[in-house]
Write a protein that binds this ligand. Structure first.
Ligand code: HEC
Length: 277
């Protein structure tokens, strides 16, 4: 074998050995179901209508326990996201009471939310969140899709990684939310629910959705899997609100470099054409 082939083989084996145990050690651990989200791949974009539905599910259900602290109301109106009308989002923001500010006399006040406010958390602090949830902290969901991707890998590697590591990110969230089951052998654990997609299977979050939990503004039928898919897509956007811009700039850069390389090749040819060799 040539040295370069040997190097690639060694690299491939190393990746396989490193990645395989994580997948194999689950003991009944279910791999998240594969699903073709519209935003996958180098040209993938978010589906606006889906993001709007996902936001509806998040707002009406998930936000009762989870915060989304890195997203501001105005982000919901910006290009590349759900792109909701500004006036509608202003109204939604004004429904929330924002505290933590003081008036000119130094007394704490509350005021209606504005576009520039972060989406308010349901609990004032971690202790209150835990106390209301059987001592389990509902994590902030701003980055959950990134956090559950396992590790960072670009799209051209991901098919190989998926072979060993299974599906992560949005696919995990989708399967988790729609994947609650009755525990095997009638087993029960106080305050915990059985979910084969959750590492360890026992999760403190009660099944948040059952189907028919929201009435979609666009008339889509709110089945359990539909709601789970929509909210997973919304959380994927929340984890990477600039994804569409990033992909567009990336493609333009590659195109520019390609044209530039071609020009340089032509310059080189013409410069050296008069030199004998
Ligand atoms: C009744 C409160 C409650 C509601 C409503 C709720 N969750 Fe949770 N969620 C929790 C708690 C508590 C945890 C922590 C579970 C644990 O660590 O065992 C959690 C954990 C999670 C996790 C992390 C799982 C992991 O891999 O660590 C995700 C993702 C999640 N919730 C998504 C959602 C989504 C999406 C919705 C709305 C459809 C939602 N939750 C609604 C309480 C809730």
């Amino acid at each position: 074998m040539k040295t370069i082939t040997k190097m690639f083989t060694a690299l491939g084996l190393a990746v396989a050995l490193f990645a395989a145990p994580a997948h194999a050690s689950g003991g009944g651990q279910k791999n998240a179901e594969d699903y073709d989200f519209s935003f996958e791949g180098p040209f993938g974009k978010f589906d606006r209508a889906q993001l709007q539905r996902g936001w509806q599910v998040f707002k009406e259900v998930c936000s009762n326990c989870h915060s989304l602290k890195y997203i501001r109301f105005r982000n919901l109106t910006e290009p590349g996201g759900p792109e909701l009308p500004v006036e509608a989002v202003k109204k939604i923001a004004a429904e929330y009471e924002i505290s933590g500010e003081v008036n000119d006399e130094g007394e704490p006040i509350t005021r209606p939310g504005r576009l520039s406010d972060a989406i308010p958390a349901p609990y004032p602090n971690e202790q209150a969140a835990k106390a209301a949830n059987n001592n389990a902290l509902p994590p902030d969901l701003s980055l959950i899709v990134k956090a559950r991707e396992g590790w960072y890998y670009p799209w051209y590697i991901s098919p190989f990684i998926k072979l060993f590591k299974g599906n992560g990110g949005a696919e995990y969230v989708r399967s988790l939310i729609a994947g609650y089951e009755d525990p095997p052998h009638g087993e029960e654990k106080e305050g915990l629910n059985y979910n084969p997609y959750f590492p360890g299977h026992w999760i403190a979050m009660p099944p948040p959705l059952a189907g028919e939990d929201v009435e979609y503004a666009d008339g889509t039928k709110p089945t359990l899997i539909q709601e789970a898919t929509d909210v997973a897509a919304f959380l994927a956007w929340a984890s990477m609100p600039k994804m569409e811009e990033r992909k567009r700039v990336g493609l333009m850069t590659l195109l520019y470099l390609g044209v530039f390389a071609l020009l340089m090749l032509m310059v080189k040819k013409s410069l050296w054409s008069r030199v004998e060799h």
